[in-house]
Ligand binder design. Structure first.
Ligand code: PEP
Ligand code: MG
Length: 496
């Protein structure tokens, strides 16, 4: 038996075999190897794609047509030129050439040729997925504990949930979006472990203690089984005037939140509906998601955050991410300024869904008054278009800039949703790691004070809200509520 230490981020105990999952590179990655190696990687990815297509043979001829495209001389020559002459990575070359050819086909009046443009997108995406390591098998044959260097949010969404008993990351950050999804699913998880190659071995994971046992002995197994029976103990009584809201990302979270008895949804992270698909969701698709949630809430508040795309949550169909410094690059509302239709579609869907429940909108990554004005005028215009009543407007306070001007921002909006995950990253320039630096507490105290002065509500929806050791401090700051992943609700509420 070997013992490995890590940081427990989602409590629980699990026993299963280990399965190593490769960490994908982002699609927008710059090339780090030579052009010749990039070209060789492209040729290898093509062989892999051919094998995948062979195993997918269909009656319609679509797969055969895609296989032909893979060998198209012009397609291959253009990719070659971009890699060799412009020095771009194989992924960038494939995506760029794919976009180029699909635009040409999409502009044809001939409906057959027009419809081939989606095949080009599909095949280039397949190549890009292979090149980036995204093309993996997420189907788990039996009870499994996933081991990975790190995971992307898109991977967490794809992993087969029926057999996943635990997750161990060698790296990982406690407030990363992948980890937030893992916590929402309630999967026992530890991060930052020193675990080495253990693929296929038996693992006992004690995520509550941040420990992992490889090939555990009988004594350890029975000690952990006993520990599994022990329930968490509450820290302080839950104050009646504070709302205990839920952070959700999808329908499963929504059901979990309702079952846990949330007072409302304080943060609906909607960007995950845009990942793992080649095209942007339509207004009707978004409306279906939001109206379902609004109805399910049966009158309780549903605060829908417009999609917050960031380097780790970047949809495949948007190819303009700032690759130089992804973590500080284009994010949240600033993406809408470049792609106004993205905001418009969301606002139309949200306003239509507001007819079915108590819906508010939250705008992410606000850092100036101009950002708020931009979003509010888009909302106003959309209300006019739909002849719809407006809805309460909230903003994420998650940049130090927003805290500094929170007195002015508070006069423009109906509520603040305070995002400590990003606030921590941007105030300490240290990734989404630390849970409670004093500087972050000072920032959130300032935002809370300015909200009170302006007579608007403020609640916390960063991961700090779920940390029961922080509850007393947060309560004393006078927030109107805390918004946490559904699994934490019974524990926090149980404190009454
Ligand atoms: C935050 O930054 O604290 C937050 C709630 O937003 P997200 O975790 O989705 O970035
Ligand atoms: Mg954030």
């Amino acid at each position: 038996m070997t013992i490995h230490h890590g940081k427990g981020i989602c409590p629980g105990i699990a026993f299963a075999r280990a399965y190593f999952l490769q960490t994908p590179k982002p699609h927008h990655t710059l090339n780090t190897i030579s052009p010749a190696e990039e070209w060789a990687a492209f040729v290898e990815a093509k062989t892999h794609a051919h094998k995948q297509l062979d195993s997918l043979k269909d009656q319609t001829g679509i797969i055969a047509a895609q296989a032909l495209m893979l060998d198209d001389a012009e397609f291959n020559q253009t990719v070659h030129n971009i890699i060799m002459i412009e020095g771009l990575s194989a992924i960038q070359a494939v995506l760029r050439v794919g976009r180029h050819f699909s635009h040409i086909l999409a502009s044809s009046r001939n409906s057959y040729i027009h419809s081939r443009s989606t095949d080009v997108i599909d095949i280039t995406q397949r190549l890009a997925d292979t090149l980036s390591g995204h093309a993996q098998n997420y189907h788990l044959a039996g009870p499994t504990i996933i081991i990975a260097h790190d995971l992307a949010p898109s991977q967490v969404l794809q992993i087969d949930k029926t057999h996943i008993h635990g997750i161990i990351l060698k790296g990982g950050a406690e407030n990363s979006h992948a980890v937030i999804l893992i916590k929402a699913l309630g999967i026992p998880c530890i991060i930052q472990t020193d675990i080495t190659a253990v693929n296929g071995k038996e693992i006992a994971l004690d995520a509550t203690a941040g420990l992992c046992y490889v090939e555990p002995d009988e004594t350890t197994i029975s000690a952990l089984q006993q520990k599994q029976q022990t329930a968490a103990t509450p820290q302080i009584p839950w104050p009646g005037n504070m709302r205990l809201l839920a952070n959700i990302s999808n329908e499963t979270d929504l059901q979990a939140a309702l079952q846990a008895g949330c007072d409302g949804v304080g943060l609906f992270r909607t960007e995950f509906a845009y990942l793992n698909r080649p095209t942007c969701p339509t207004e009707d698709e978004l409306f279906a998601i939001y109206s379902y949630a609004a109805k399910a809430m049966k009158g309780k508040d549903l605060m829908i955050r417009t999609a917050d795309f960031s380097s780790d949550k970047w949809p495949k169909f948007l190819c303009t991410h700032n690759t130089k410094n992804p973590a500080m690059g284009l994010r949240g509302v600033h993406v809408y300024i470049q792609h106004p239709q993205l905001l418009k579609t969301q606002l139309r869907a949200i306003l239509r869904a507001s007819a079915h429940g108590s819906v508010s909108v939250i705008f992410p990554m606000i850092s100036s008054m101009r950002d708020v004005d931009h979003c509010k005028s888009a909302l106003k215009a959309t209300c006019q278009e739909l002849s719809a009543k407006s809805i309460p407007v909230g903003i994420m306070i998650e940049t130090p800039a927003a805290v500094l001007i929170s007195d002015q921002l508070a006069r423009k909006v109906d509520f603040f949703a305070i995002g400590t995950n990003d606030l921590t990253r941007y105030i300490s320039a240290a990734g989404r790691q630390d849970n409670s630096p004093t500087s972050v507490l000072q920032l959130i105290a300032k935002a809370s004070e300015n909200a009170k002065l302006a007579g608007i509500k403020a609640y916390i929806c960063g991961e700090i809200a779920a940390n029961s050791q922080m509850t007393e401090t947060l309560v004393s700051m006078g927030f109107d509520g805390l918004s946490v992943a559904p699994i934490y609700i019974p524990q926090l509420r149980g404190a009454t």
